[in-house]
Structure formats: C-alpha cells, structure tokens
Design a protein around this ligand. Structure first.
Ligand code: SF4
Length: 135
C-alpha cells in the first residue's frame, strides 16, 4: 500500500486555505486541514473538507466538446478555441460588444480574473463583466 500526504491550496475560493490531500495507491481519498499557521489556522469550510471528492469523478470533462447537429462531440483544444473565437467575433461584429457578457469565477486566481475583465473591456469594448462572488 502506497500512502502519501500532499500539501496544496484549496481550489474553491480566493481565501487560499492550505490543505493536505491523502493519497492512497494513486487515488486522492481524503482532505485534511493544514495545521501550519496559515490564514485558515487548521480549519477548512465544508467545501474545502470535501475538495477531494471531484478529483476522480467520472463526470469530469477531460477534453473539449463541440455541439454538432445537436450532439456534443469530442474535439481538440485548437478546434474548440477556433470555434469560440469565430463565434465571438461574429456576435461582436453583428450585434456589438455590449451583446456579450463575461462572468468570472472565485475559483480563478486574481490574475486570471484581471485578464478576464481586460479581455472584456479591451477586446470586446464592453463593461458587461461580473463575478460569481456577487451572487
Ligand atoms: S476551505 Fe473554504 S474558505 Fe478555505 S479556500 Fe476552500 S472554499 Fe475557501
């Protein structure tokens, strides 16, 4: 039996709580709070405590999908980005930048959220940007 404990940062929100993932034979089986004196001081909220549960879920998307003829089909990242880019350009050109809105996530880093609003304002010329923490 191969056991190890891996220290990491909770992925669920921007607080950055430190946690330990228990890994048994290559499978993440449990989450424990880190006792080191970080901001979470040996505690995790319920989301952090259950953070390991999605890691090996069969429902996780592991590759991009494109809807063709009403059905989602597996594709490459390059093709997916090309479709996204061409659809966004088509919508912006036809209806203007304010026809598009961006919704960012507390699970993203501050830097990623900054880039999202920059893309929104600079590339699409709209202020239609918000964040899930305001829901
Ligand atoms: S444990 Fe809770 S409060 Fe801490 S980072 Fe995760 S989701 Fe945020």
């Amino acid at each position: 039996m191969d056991y190890k404990c891996v220290k990491t940062t909770c992925p669920y929100c921007g607080c950055g709580c430190q946690m330990l993932l228990e890994v048994l034979d290559g499978q993440v089986v449990n989450t424990l709070p880190s006792k080191e004196p970080h901001m979470n001081q040996g505690k995790l909220c319920i989301k952090g405590h259950t953070a390991h549960e999605f890691v090996h879920s069969k429902d996780r998307l592991t590759h991009p999908l494109i809807r063709k003829n009403g059905k989602l089909e597996k594709t490459t990242w390059e093709d997916a980005f090309n479709v996204i880019s061409s659809k966004f350009s088509q919508i912006k050109n036809q209806y203007g930048g304010d026809s598009i809105g961006f919704f960012s996530s507390a699970r993203s880093t501050n830097e990623e959220n900054y880039l999202c609003q920059k893309l929104c304002r600079a590339a699409f010329k709209t202020n239609n940007v918000d964040h899930c923490a305001r829901l």
